[in-house]
Ligand binder design. Structure first.
Ligand code: ATP
Ligand code: MG
Length: 463
């Protein structure tokens, strides 16, 4: 059956202009796939028989996005449309870039270079759907299948192995048997794929509706190359009453739980990535922290610190930006911090100190992370653990309501005031501010100019 595809007016206009100039042009790939599935396409890519120069001659506002690969971005109403010349890719000799691309006048050849049948359909309002490889059938069967011979396609570009897993996670599709077998066979080729390309697919896989595809990623051998830390997690059992599952399966449960958290659902794409990467790595240090007591019960003392170290290493290797790396590493380090509060005599005070150590801005992530983590553990502990998180969060909210000081920035005095009292600029000043913060964390009432100046003056005199 011919699908009805609603294209944005500007995309239709671009196609019509190219056709009026005597060329062919079609919407292609992800946008056609998503339209048929009733999903909102992220962007509309256009494929054309016109060369990049010919495209540029037709449209007044273009950007040379990837001229050597035939891609020109056409701007319409501040939206960019990538217009790419029909091409046949050469071999991906380094597993990264096609070492040569050849332009062609033939749409079928262009569709042949695409990875999966569901991504190899083209559409325009005149011709309708062009579907040479039964992409429609595979969409109906919910099936991810290579265009052509799977071994050859993964040998050309091993990233496609991760793309198959990512689409399976996003769409809830099965990977066709021969395609899956070829993934297993060619997984070692992922060695040659750049960290940036791996990162993009991993982030999309985790954010998809089926992050449990991480288990398939393990089974295919893909993660043994791109994320060996994950394989170790998959292979670590947890003999402990708090846990029903091994570390890997527990991690997947927490990812699934995370995706149901209201804060996750309300989060933007970047925040979701922070949540997903934190869940993925929060227990990465458990394998190396595991000890077994004389009753055969296993413990993972100190694992958050070990996990944080592994997280930083992984995030650096996958070339995440520094800010994301620091944030995720900190969240991994503190994911179990509520246990620091159990023995507190003065609970509000203990929370103030903890919040100060972690940083106020990171707290909102942490409550959500703890809740998702708990949902992945043994249900017997669910209620008690959730109550702990609720109490922790309520106490944090009180800090915000009362605008209590939890950082040097919030102190009623600053460095200038201390200098006016006779302090020297340098480390001495920083130390004094830290000491004042400790005073205020113990006793929020002390956060007034007069009180803090009195303390500072006394300390100076005592030296
Ligand atoms: P998304 O919704 O994430 O953008 P997409 O299918 O549009 O998914 P893109 O990475 O934007 O994926 O690529 C656009 C199209 O280009 C794909 O649909 C596919 O036809 C083709 N393509 C992209 N990457 C590859 C690849 N590594 N090998 C073969 N074809 C590819
Ligand atoms: Mg796309």
């Amino acid at each position: 059956m011919e699908p009805v595809i609603q294209m944005p007016a500007d995309a239709v206009r671009i196609i019509e202009k190219l056709e009026q100039a005597g060329y062919e042009a079609y919407a292609v790939g992800g946008c056609v796939r998503d339209s048929v599935l009733g999903r909102e396409p992220e962007d509309w890519d256009i494929t054309t028989s016109a060369s990049p120069e010919q495209v540029k001659a037709i449209f007044p506002r273009t950007i040379d996005t990837g001229i050597e690969h035939g891609t020109v971005t056409v701007m319409e109403h501040h939206v960019g449309y990538e217009v790419t010349t029909y091409r046949v890719d050469g071999r991906y000799e380094d597993g990264r870039h096609p070492s040569s691309v050849t332009f062609t006048r033939n749409l079928d050849e262009d569709l042949l270079r695409r990875d999966f049948t569901i991504n190899a359909m083209a559409y325009n309002p005149h011709t309708g759907l062009v579907d040479r490889y039964d992409g429609m059938g595979d969409l109906a069967r919910k099936c991810i299948r290579c265009v052509g011979v799977p071994e050859e396609r993964f040998a050309e570009d091993a990233l496609r192995i991760l793309r198959a897993l990512r689409f399976a996670s996003q769409l809830g599709f099965e990977i066709e048997e021969h395609t899956l077998a070829a993934m297993k066979k060619l997984a070692p080729r992922l060695e040659a794929v750049s960290a940036e390309r791996v990162r993009v697919e991993l982030v999309k896989l985790l954010a998809g509706e089926h992050p449990e595809l991480m288990i398939t990623a393990y089974e295919t051998g893909a993660t043994s190359i791109v994320l060996p830390e994950w394989d170790v997690m998959m292979e670590t059992e947890q003999k402990n009453p708090h846990h029903l599952y091994g570390v890997g399966v527990h991690t997947v449960k927490t990812l699934l739980a995370m995706h149901e958290e209201p804060a996750y659902l309300a989060a933007d794409e970047h925040e979701r990535m922070v949540y997903d990467m934190t869940m993925l790595l929060h227990d990465a240090g458990k394998p190396e922290s595991r000890t077994t007591d004389k009753h055969g019960k296993q413990h993972f003392k100190g694992h958050p610190k070990a996990s944080a170290e592994i997280a930083r290493k992984v995030l650096r290797r996958l070339k995440f930006d520094n800010e994301t790396t620091d944030l995720v590493t900190a969240l991994v380090l503190y994911h179990d911090c509520r246990f620091d509060l159990v023995k507190a005599v003065d609970y509000p005070k203990a929370v103030r100190h903890l919040v100060s150590k972690i940083g106020k801005d990171r707290m909102k992530y942490l409550f959500t992370i703890q809740r998702a983590d708990i949902r992945g553990q043994h249900p017997d502990y669910f209620e008690v653990s959730m109550r702990e998180v609720d109490r922790f969060e309520r106490e944090f909210e009180r800090i915000l309501e009362k605008e209590q000081c939890v950082s040097i920035r919030d102190l009623a005095v600053d460095g200038k005031v201390l200098i006016s009292l006779g302090y020297q600029t340098g480390p001495e000043l920083g130390e004094a501010l830290k000491r004042l913060l400790e005073v205020v964390l113990d006793n929020p009432e002390a956060n007034t100019r007069e009180t803090l100046m009195r303390y500072a003056t006394e300390w100076l005199a005592a030296e």
